[in-house]
Design a protein around this ligand. Structure first.
Ligand code: 5GP
Length: 202
């Protein structure tokens, strides 16, 4: 019996520290894979095709939507982002544990359709701290920062239907909490039976 891969869905408002948490997660669990999404946004400096994203035109994206190629997709900050159905299917059947960094709309669509995903919401310590991080970190205009804060408030209201919520006020604690969730789901009996079965192999 092949072990079923874990699908870990992470969402967070921008400024909550999800990128750093993800980086740490892949250090702790090097065998976990990042789901590469399709997007219509342009690559940022340093972003490589097929690493951060598959960068596609609007037409290409719409064609994929029409062909039901996406498990979920959503429009975020004026660009479209989607997770290919194929990415999830391949990971699941090959027993690969996959991490999806997707927004709340996409996560909700997945939750409605996909059995067995694990949904984790990363919270900033507070709205005051979120504002401080957004103002310090980027060259964004005040208008963009206000938009991000309003959007963050909307996203935080969505946290209630996630399976887990992690407050990222102490980074090391948050990393340990995320790792604990992964370990618990990796040790679910149905994911261990393949290994148990091998105990009887000679
Ligand atoms: P960025 O453009 O900064 O890389 O990502 C912007 C937002 O899009 C982030 O909140 C990220 O989680 C979300 N995102 C990235 N890929 C996907 C995807 O495949 N589906 C959905 N729904 N959101 C995504």
């Amino acid at each position: 019996m092949k072990r079923e891969g874990l699908i870990l869905i992470l969402s967070a408002p921008s400024g909550a520290g999800k990128t750093s948490l993800c980086r740490e997660l892949f250090k702790t669990f090097p065998d976990m894979k990042e789901s590469i999404s399709f997007t219509t946004r342009s690559p940022r400096p340093g972003e490589v095709e097929g690493e951060a994203y598959y960068f596609v035109t609007n037409e290409m994206f719409d064609r994929m939507v029409a062909e039901d190629a996406f498990a979920e997709w959503a429009e975020v900050h004026g660009n479209k982002y989607g997770t290919a159905l194929r990415t999830l299917e391949d990971a699941r059947k090959n027993g690969i544990d996959l991490v999806l960094d997707i927004d709340c709309q996409g996560a909700l669509r997945l939750k409605e359709q996909l059995d067995g995903g694990v949904y984790v919401f990363i919270m900033p310590p507070s709205m005051v701290e979120l504002r401080r991080r957004l103002e310090h970190r980027s060259s964004d205009t005040q208008e963009v920062i206000e938009l991000r804060i309003a959007r963050a408030a909307d996203e935080i209201r969505e946290a209630r239907w996630y399976d887990y919520i992690i407050f990222n006020d102490d980074f090391d604690v948050a990393c340990r909490e995320l790792a604990a969730i992964v370990i618990a789901h990796r040790r679910k009996t149905f994911r261990m039976l393949e290994k148990v079965g091998k105990m009887f192999d000679i």
